[in-house]
Design a protein around this ligand. Sequence first.
Ligand code: GDP
Ligand code: MG
Length: 440
Amino acid sequence: LGGSISRAIQQMNNATIIDEKVLNDCLNEITRALLQADVQFTLVRNMQTNIKKIVDFDALAAGHNKRNIIKQAILKELCKILDPGKPSFAPKKGKTSVVMFVGLQGSGKTTTCTKYAYFHQKKGWKPALVCADTFRAGAFDQLKQNATKAKIPFYGSYTESDPVSIAVEGVERFKKENCDLIIVDTSGRHMQEAALFEEMRQVYEATKPDLVIFVMDSSIGQAAFDQAKAFKQSVAVGAVIVTKMDGHAKGGGALSAVAATKSPVIFMGTGEHMDEFEVFDVEPFVNRLLGMGGGDWSGFVERIQEVVPKDQQLEKLSQGNFTFRTLYEQFQTLLKMGPMSQVLSMLPGFSQELMPEGREKESQAKIKRYMTMMDSMTNQELDSSNLKMMNESRLMRIARGCGRPLRDVMELLEEYKRLAKIWGKMKGMKIPKKGEMSAL
Ligand code: GDP
Ligand code: MG
């Protein structure tokens, strides 16, 4: 997928004259990729028409700008689809707001409720969770467990079977306790169940939430539009959260959800853990949708070039030989960059696992430790990407050489494997020169 778009844009870059055919070829590739990414057909078709309207061939002079105009047009159109034109209701710290979560079963509501609460709690809010899911056995336990872990007050019942009265009681209690963000988790069943929508509407009427958030699994595909629309017709959906963005799906359904609910995407879920939750940002999402390298490589490349003037390292990576020496050089660069959280967050594989936010000191110590171990490697070991050569006697020798236990060396080996896998994906990628990254 990513390959085809990059190729299409590359083709456009290589063409000396941008004529209608080049543009059409490029648009066709992009259309194909977007459909594969589950963007709704109608949206893609409209986008195509709009781009053709923006790009006025007669008005374009030959050369560089032409291409940029086309690239920008594509990017702009996609971003436009994700912008419903008005922001969602924004709860205010210190003032009571009730936020209700809706969505199909398994979409990630309960998980996302806690993530949302935790996100705000870290910023000094006083959130609380109410479990109005009496349909699924274990729903309350799940919420309770999540809430306890995050030290967030919660309310629910094992015996009461009416979700409406639980929701009302919970909301009232937390209003009295001066919580400023009261989050109501609801039960989600299947699409066909009229009862779900009726129950949801009743909870809505009874609690009068300031904001209803529609939670959508990123892998839902083309079904996203109808699904989101069905929810919007029952309750006043005001925002969307897309979950499971850590999976394979590119999340094109998000565009459909925005179109169907006329509400913006506000956050996305990127894992099962509480802190795997990000404020939604349109441009990186669109880049990912277009498959610009999978992950946010384009931005990554751009940024790392601001910090690392020489392109050598990146070139080496794009040639696909990820050796221990490459890793060593990457670590060296990382340590040189100083307070580098921004760049780090864009370094694939580095951000979450190796250098979690807020633990930069520890992470630096770890990197230094890895480097010390690599100092005990021979040149042959450093330059080989063949892990088979790292047999036990070599590992023991390295451990002795750096004075660290064998298990540390094993850990380094695992880390190398993990990163080699991720960075291996850069193989064959064209590394643009500084300044070439202006549009896509
Ligand atoms: P609900 O039925 O809508 O309340 O969905 P749950 O919150 O119970 O989530 C269903 C499953 O999806 C659980 O196994 C969650 O751990 C998982 N899940 C939720 N959000 C994410 C996410 O962002 N990434 C991943 N990988 N899993 C998620
Ligand atoms: Mg649930």
